[in-house]
Design a protein around this ligand. Structure first.
Ligand SMILES: [Zn+2]
Ligand SMILES: [Zn+2]
Length: 124
């Protein structure tokens, strides 16, 4: 069972899992929404996701014809990504998990737009 929450604490969720895959996504929409080099997500069954608290704070943005990006309207934390084309799946952001994620991140998506500045410059 994964548990997560947003930065302000208004939204609390749990996800039964299991995590089917985890990925760093470098698409330009993830970069814009996260304000970072990637969005990192664990993909799992939507039926296992429970909003424990703060449902009224969750806002969804339709970033494409099928993509829906959920975030906390009070603090801006990115919470979930889902596709209207795959209604039984949802992706939760690894950065909002309350305990550090210990599983592997096996996939990198949209490598063609991976920022050149990620992860760090050569240290010397
Ligand atoms: Zn919040
Ligand atoms: Zn993306």
């Amino acid at each position: 069972m994964l548990r997560g929450s947003c930065l302000c604490g208004a939204v609390v969720y749990s996800a039964a899992g299991p995590v089917e895959s985890a990925s760093h996504c470098y698409c330009t929409m993830c970069q814009k929404q996260h304000g970072a080099g990637a969005g990192t997500y664990a993909n799992l069954a939507r039926a296992g996701l429970t909003i424990e608290q703060g449902d009224a704070f969750i806002t969804e943005y339709a970033s494409s014809s099928h993509g829906r990006r959920a975030f906390c309207r009070q603090c801006g934390s990115t919470l979930f990504w889902r596709s209207e084309e795959s209604p039984q799946r949802i992706a939760v952001t690894l950065g909002t998990l309350d305990a550090p994620y210990t599983g592997p991140v096996e996939r990198e998506l949209y490598l063609d737009t991976k920022p050149a500045w990620l992860p760090v410059a050569d240290p010397d």
